[in-house]
Design a protein around this ligand. Structure first.
Ligand SMILES: [Zn+2]
Length: 584
């Protein structure tokens, strides 16, 4: 049986290797880098996999470079996974375990290294979890997160608009400086609503249609990136933050389980002349992306990264330095109060640490259907111990606020802290796989809410609450449904319970603040906006609403203090926008 060892690249060897690099690499001007991430992209949504889908642009990109068709995502959630992509760190080490948290300020990010080396850096993101206020904007000269509120409050930006703003920036670049651009697409994330002409046949046609639509606009982006690069080399990296279950293991979307249907993603490195075209299904990882980009550019590594550079293997055909993959999701805990899940993948086994452990034979059972945990207790124990050793010693949950000015302001207004935005889970929680039916019921309620069918949604949530009074998700969503129905007193009562059972969920504070404002209970509303401001200090609405609530209570001085913080945020945002436009 293969021992589990984390291989460390011998440092001495690395120095020697660098000393003998062929001279042509350094004679070339530094390459431009285009990082494309497509939210919620399954490998099998790409035509290049089996010819069943229509993605001609990505297929061509894959054939021009190295395609890993089964790369491993460390976490099936948008902000935590992108934090791993840009830092090379596992969630246990960067501490961002859920959307809505703030990326810690002390984590080195890829774009910072590139910026320090003279790169112009820009990001164009398309989904709410990646808005600048959550902290991935650090190290980008320009961070474009302008998106529209959907009809039901769904905040995202279409590929067409994201490409338009990306291309405008690319066209404004001067040829004397290299650039790093990250463009993120959100379209394949549910709800699946591609423009009609992109619909694909089959039961998953609307999902595939979103991918085909995104592929079309990536073509327009690549055209401009290649055109403005001129003689300068261009490295294109394309990947996804996580996949989409589409019903596998009874999971509809992603985030709830850590099965391969949501944890395996495509990963492409294209640099014609430097990276030899090849296609493989080796389990390289998203934490390898940032180290690989730096290695390909011959730039210093991210000292703290858990991932490793694949650059030598890509350019010189060396063997890949594969290592076991660690995966997790805290969503069952943070949304529902059930047990979080983590998983360990090596060449032979995938072990899932759940209240009832799971063990799958990677090669014989890639669908993860036959749980061997009770047949192979020794392997199960060994992997459980190996995983514990890695995670418990170094566990991190991002601290509340990374923003000292905001915290000082809150203290000056007399508000005290709520602690970390995400609590570490206790032992003895329910096993998510035994609750998948309830998760699906709640997602159905969420769909009804999104479609504006509030009364029906409320019925679904009330049913769940009747059997499970402290269900976090049901209480929060029931409160929102009641708010939309205009049943303000009932909303205040349900949301009041929601923040008691889940004090650190920003959305719950937001909804309760909203309900209390409508109930004209302004002092109580102010308390909720203050907690929101602590959990998400760069969220402008938190400060604006806090000022409004304090104003209504007649406390003009404190209202002014909160308004000053709102204005500071707004001014900083405006300055960032101007910087992006003025000197691209
Ligand atoms: Zn995502």
């Amino acid at each position: 049986m293969r021992a589990i060892v984390f291989h460390h690249f011998p440092r001495g060897l690395l120095l020697v290797a660098l000393a003998f690099l062929p001279a042509c690499k350094s004679a070339e001007p530094p390459a431009n880098v285009l990082l494309i991430t497509i939210d919620t992209l399954r490998p099998d949504a790409l035509g290049v996999m089996d010819g069943k889908r229509e993605t001609p642009v990505i297929d061509e990109l894959a054939r021009s470079g190295r395609l890993f068709s089964a790369a491993v995502s460390p976490v099936p959630l948008t902000l935590p996974s992108h934090t791993s992509i840009l830092s090379g760190l596992l969630p246990v080490h960067h501490g961002v375990r859920d959307n809505g948290q703030t990326v810690p300020a002390d984590i080195p990010l890829l774009q910072q290294g590139l910026q320090q080396r003279g790169y112009r850096t820009a990001a164009f993101v398309s989904g709410f979890p990646l808005q600048a206020m959550f902290g991935l904007d650090r190290g980008f000269d320009h961070y474009d997160d302008e998106m529209r509120d959907g009809e039901q409050g769904w905040v995202e930006r279409r590929a067409e608009d994201t490409v338009a703003t990306s291309n405008a920036w690319l066209h404004a670049q001067q040829p004397d400086r290299p650039w790093f651009a990250w463009t993120h697409f959100y379209d394949p994330h549910d709800p699946y609503e591609p423009p009609r002409e992109f619909w694909q046949p089959g039961p998953r046609g609307t999902y595939d249609g979103e991918v085909t639509y995104t592929d079309y606009w990536i073509g327009k982006l690549l055209e401009v990136a290649r055109e403005v690069s001129g003689d300068r080399p261009l490295l294109v990296v394309l990947t996804a933050d996580h996949g989409e279950a589409l019903g596998e293991h009874e999971e509809r979307t992603h985030g709830f389980f850590v099965y391969d249907s949501t944890m395996r993603v495509p990963l492409i490195f294209s640099w014609p002349g430097r990276i030899a075209p090849a296609h493989g299904s080796e389990p390289v990882q998203l934490i390898d992306v940032a180290p690989t980009i730096l290695e390909l550019l011959d730039l210093p590594a991210l000292e703290t990264a858990d991932g490793r550079g694949l650059g030598e293997a890509l350019s010189d055909g060396e063997a890949l330095d594969l290592h076991p993959a660690l995966m997790e999701t805290w969503l069952p805990w943070t949304y529902y109060g059930w047990a979080p899940l983590s998983a360990w993948l090596d060449r032979e086994w995938k072990f899932i640490d759940a209240p009832a452990a799971e063990l799958y034979d990677v090669s014989a059972d890639p669908q993860e259907i036959r749980n061997l945990a009770s047949e192979q207790p020794a392997v199960t124990d060994r992997l459980g111990i190996a995983m514990d050793a890695l995670t418990t010693a170094t566990q991190r949950v991002a601290a509340t606020s990374q923003d000292d000015a905001a915290m000082q302001r809150l203290r000056s207004l007399g508000y005290v802290g709520v602690g970390a935005p995400v609590e570490a889970p206790p032992a003895g929680l329910a096993d998510p796989k035994l609750r998948i039916d309830m998760r699906n019921t709640l997602q159905h309620g969420e769909d009804l809410l999104r479609m504006g069918r509030y009364a029906e949604a409320q019925d679904v949530f009330a049913d769940v609450i009747a059997g499970d009074p402290d269900n976090r998700f049901a209480n929060l969503r029931s409160g929102i449904a009641l708010l939309r129905l205009g049943r303000i007193d009932a909303a205040v009562r349900v949301l009041g319970h929601a923040v008691v059972i889940e004090p650190r969920r920003a959305e719950a504070r937001f909804a309760l603040g909203d309900a209390l404002m409508r109930a004209e209970k302004f002092a109580e509303a102010a308390d909720q906006w203050a907690v929101l401001a602590e959990l998400q200090p760069r969220r402008p609405e938190a400060w604006f609403n806090l000022a409004s609530a304090l104003e209504k209570t007649g406390d003009a001085a404190r209202a002014q203090g909160a308004m000053a913080e709102y204005e500071r945020l707004a001014a900083a945002q405006e300055a960032a926008d101007e910087a992006g436009k003025a000197k691209p």
